[in-house]
Design a protein around this ligand. Structure first.
Ligand code: GAL
Length: 670
C-alpha cells in the first residue's frame, strides 16, 4: 500500500460495547518479582478490574538477543492474569526498540528540530520514515501476533504507545528527506505544480526537481507555509502508515480482538481522525494535572483549580476521541495521583480519581484503565503514583477505584451516549494551517476551540466533536471556531443538513495550498454568506477593541477582521479605529464572527446563537459540569464550594447528593 493512500483498513466489528463501565489497569510484570504476579492478579480482580494492559515496553526483554526470543515470562504473566479472570490488552512494543537494534541500524533514530540525532536511553527513539524500522516493527509485531494472536486470554491489542509523546512525530533525518521527496512527487506529479503551490517564485525559493527539496529545518526566516503544512501532512501520513502495518498484521493473526492506540490530550501533530479510521476503538491517556499546568488558563485560574484541573479540557478530549473512534472510546491511562513529568506535579484532591472515572463514562467512555498498578521504585517515573505504593499498600486511587466498582452496580445497564444538539468541528489541517501562519504570537487555535467548548459547558450544553467530513444531519447548531481550510462542499452539506452554523474568524481563509482564496476569505463560505474579509489584524490584548452586541459594550479580543457584507450586522466594533464596522454578521443559516472574543463576549454570543438554533441552555453552572449518557445525567463539582444541583422534579437520584460537595459526583435518571 502506498504511503499516501488514505483508504482505511476495514475496521472490523471486533468491538462490542460493554453494558456497564469496565475498569482496568496498566501493569508491568517484568518490573516485579514473579512471586508477586499471582497476588497482584488476585487483588486486581478483587478490586473489580476486568482489564489489564501489558507489554508495550517489553521488546528488550522479549528479544534479548537478535532473533532469540524469551517468551517464558510473558507466557506465564498472561497465564496468571488470565486465569485470575482478567482480560489482557497486549501492547506491541514498538515505542521502545532495544539497544542492540539501534546499534545495528542507527538509521532508525530520528533527527530532532535542532538537527541532532536523537539517541538511545529513554523511549520513542525512532523515525517513522526509517525503512529499517518499518520492517523491524512489522517483524516484532508479527512475532507477538504469532505467539499470542489466538491466545484465549488476550482480548485486545494496543499498537505502539502514544504516537507523538516527547514531540516525536516530526523527524528531520535522511530517511525523512527521502520519504518526503517521494511523498511530494506523488502529491504534485510535477515540480512545477509544487513550485506553484508553495509560491516559490517568492524570495527565489524555486526548485528544479523533487531531489532538491529538504524538510523544513533551520531555515533563516520562516519557511513557506505550504512547505510547512505539506511536511506535517507527510509526517501525519507516515504515522498512519506505520500504525496501519501493525493493524493489518494483528487483524490477520488475531481476528475478533479490538485494536486500539492510546492517544494523548489534544495532540495536533498528526490527523487522529485518519489514524483512528484503522482502529476498532480509540483510546487516550488522561493526565488532568499536567493538562492544567501546560494548558490555556490564566495563572489565577490554575491556582484555583490546582488540584481539580481545567473543568473542560478532559471532557473535550473524551468527546474528541469518541468522535475519532466513531463512538467507541476507552481511557487507557488514567492519572491516579501525582505524576512526574509536568513543570510541577501537584496531587489531585482526594475524590478526583473517582470523579474523572465517572466523567469519562458520562462522556461515552466504555472502559477506564488506571496508570499504573504499583508505583515504580526505580527508573524515570519513581515519583509517579499508582494504585499501590511501591510496598504494595493501597494508595488513595485504589480506594476510589473500589468505590467506582461498587457504584457502577447502582446504574442501569446499556445506557449509551446519544447525539448532542451541537456539533463542534475539529479539523487537523486547519490547525496545521494556523500553526504555520499564526499571524501573531498569542494565536492558539487549541485554546480558542476549548474556549468555545467551555462557553457551552458552562451552560450545560452537550457537544459532539465532528470532523469536516462527518454527517451533520441532526445537529441544530454547528460551530466552526477555526475552520481555516474549508472544503468546497462543506457549505452545501451544512445547508442540506439543515443545521445553523457559527463560524469564527479565519474560516475559509486558506486554500488547500495555503493561499488566500481567489474571491478573498471566507472562500467557500461565500456560498452561504454575502461577505468578504478585506483586512486582518492581530492585537496585543483582550481589552483593546470594544464590541457592541445588543446593549452591551464588551471587550473584544486579540483578533480583528474588516469585512464588507450585505448580510445583517449583529455586532459592531466600537473602538477609535474604523468604528461601526461589523464584528458579527449573519443570515437565517450562518453567522460569521470577525474577532476572537473575550470570554464574556463569547458567552453572550454563544447563548444568543443557541437561542437562534433553538437549543436549550442553563444559567451559568460555575464550577459544576453536567453530562448526559442515555437517560442518565451526571453532575461533577470541580470547585471548592458545595452547590445545589438543578435536578428536575420526578428524576430519580441513583447515587450522590442534591447538594453536591467539592470533587463529588451525583447521577440521576429521567
Ligand atoms: C504516558 C505514557 C506512560 C507513562 C505515563 C506517565 O504518557 O504513555 O508510559 O509514561 O505517561 O504519566
Amino acid at each position: 500500500m502506498s504511503h499516501t493512500e488514505q483508504s482505511q483498513v476495514n475496521a472490523t466489528t471486533a468491538y462490542t460495547a460493554p453494558d456497564r463501565l469496565e475498569l482496568g489497569v496498566c501493569y508491568y510484570p517484568e518490573q516485579w518479582p514473579r512471586e508477586k504476579w499471582a497476588e497482584d492478579a488476585a487483588r486486581m480482580v478483587e478490586l473489580g478490574l476486568e482489564w489489564v494492559r501489558i507489554g508495550e515496553f517489553s521488546w528488550a526483554l522479549i528479544e534479548p538477543q537478535p532473533g532469540q526470543f524469551d517468551w517464558g515470562w510473558m507466557d506465564e504473566a498472561i497465564d496468571i492474569l488470565g486465569r485470575a479472570g482478567l482480560k489482557v490488552i497486549l501492547g506491541t512494543p514498538t515505542a521502545a526498540p532495544p539497544k542492540w537494534l539501534i546499534d545495528r541500524h542507527p538509521d532508525i533514530l530520528a533527527v530532532g528540530p535542532d538537527g541532532h540525532t536523537r539517541r538511545f536511553g529513554a523511549r520513542r527513539h525512532y523515525c517513522f520514515s526509517s525503512r529499517t524500522y518499518f520492517q523491524e516493527a512489522g517483524r516484532i509485531t508479527r512475532a507477538f501476533v504469532e505467539r499470542y494472536g489466538a491466545h484465549p486470554f488476550v482480548k485486545a491489542w494496543q499498537t505502539d504507545n502514544e504516537y507523538g509523546d516527547h514531540d516525536t512525530i516530526y523527524s528531520y533525518s535522511q530517511e525523512a528527506h527521502r520519504a518526503f521527496r517521494l511523498w511530494l512527487a506523488e502529491r504534485y506529479g510535477s515540480i512545477d505544480a509544487m513550485n506553484e503551490a508553495w509560491g516559490t517564485r517568492f524570495w527565489s525559493m524555486r526548485y528544479r526537481s523533487f531531489e532538491e527539496v529538504d524538510v523544513p529545518l533551520q531555515v533563516v526566516e520562516e519557511p513557506s507555509p505550504t512547505h510547512l503544512v505539506d511536511f506535517v501532512r507527510f509526517s501525519s501520513d507516515q504515522v498512519v502508515r506505520f500504525n496501519r502495518q501493525q493493524v493489518e498484521i494483528i487483524r490477520a493473526g488475531s481476528p475478533g480482538r479490538p485494536i486500539t492506540h492510546n492517544f494523548m490530550s489534544h495532540n495536533i501533530d498528526f490527523d487522529h481522525f485518519k489514524l483512528s479510521a484503522d482502529l476498532d476503538v480509540a483510546s487516550w491517556d488522561v493526565y488532568p494535572m499536567g493538562g492544567l499546568i501546560n494548558g490555556r488558563l490564566s495563572a489565577e485560574e490554575k491556582e484555583r483549580l490546582l488540584r481539580t484541573g481545567d473543568l473542560d479540557q478532559v471532557a473535550f478530549n473524551h468527546d474528541l476521541y469518541r468522535a475519532t473512534g466513531r463512538g467507541r472510546v476507552w481511557v487507557m491511562e488514567q492519572q491516579p495521583g501525582p505524576v512526574n513529568w509536568a513543570a510541577h506535579n501537584q496531587s489531585p484532591a482526594d475524590g478526583m480519581v473517582r470523579l474523572w472515572t465517572w466523567l469519562a463514562y458520562a462522556h461515552g467512555v466504555d472502559m477506564v484503565a488506571y496508570f499504573r498498578w504499583r508505583q515504580a521504585p526505580f527508573a524515570q517515573e519513581q515519583f509517579h503514583a499508582g494504585l499501590l505504593l511501591p510496598d504494595s499498600t493501597p494508595d488513595q486511587a485504589f480506594h476510589e477505584t473500589a468505590e467506582v466498582a461498587r457504584e457502577r452496580l447502582l446504574l442501569p445497564a446499556g445506557e449509551n451516549k446519544g447525539k448532542a444538539p451541537v456539533a463542534l468541528v475539529m479539523d487537523y489541517e486547519s490547525r496545521w494551517a494556523s500553526r504555520a501562519l499564526p499571524q501573531g504570537r498569542s494565536y492558539s487555535a487549541s485554546a480558542i476551540c476549548l474556549d468555545w467548548y467551555t462557553a457551552l459547558s458552562r451552560h450545560g450544553v452537550d457537544v459532539d466533536i465532528v470532523s469536516q467530513q462527518s454527517d451533520l444531519s441532526g445537529y441544530r447548531l454547528v460551530l466552526c471556531p477555526d475552520l481555516l481550510i474549508m472544503q468546497e462542499d462543506f457549505p452545501e452539506r451544512l445547508k442540506a443538513a439543515g443545521a445553523k452554523a457559527l463560524f469564527g474568524p479565519r474560516a475559509g481563509s486558506k486554500t488547500v495550498s495555503m493561499h488566500i482564496p481567489g474571491g478573498l476569505p471566507p472562500g467557500p463560505l461565500r456560498k452561504l454568506l454575502d461577505m468578504k474579509v478585506t483586512r486582518v489584524e492581530s492585537l496585543p490584548s483582550a481589552a483593546g477593541e470594544p464590541v457592541r452586541f445588543g446593549n452591551i459594550a464588551f471587550a473584544a479580543g486579540t483578533w480583528r477582521e474588516s469585512i464588507e457584507t450585505g448580510e445583517t450586522v449583529l455586532a459592531t466594533f466600537e473602538g477609535s479605529y474604523r468604528p461601526g464596522m461589523p464584528a458579527l454578521i449573519g443570515n437565517g443559516q450562518a453567522r460569521y464572527l470577525a474577532t476572537i472574543p473575550s470570554r464574556e463576549l463569547l458567552e453572550s454570543l454563544l447563548r444568543d446563537s443557541l437561542d437562534w438554533a433553538d437549543v436549550a441552555w442553563m444559567p451559568d453552572l460555575g464550577d459544576i459540569r453536567l453530562s448526559r449518557r442515555g437517560n442518565l445525567t451526571f453532575a461533577f463539582n470541580f470547585g471548592t464550594e458545595a452547590a445545589d444541583l438543578p435536578i428536575p422534579a420526578g428524576a430519580e437520584v441513583l447515587f450522590g447528593e442534591a447538594r453536591l460537595s467539592p470533587c463529588d459526583v451525583t447521577v440521576w435518571r429521567q
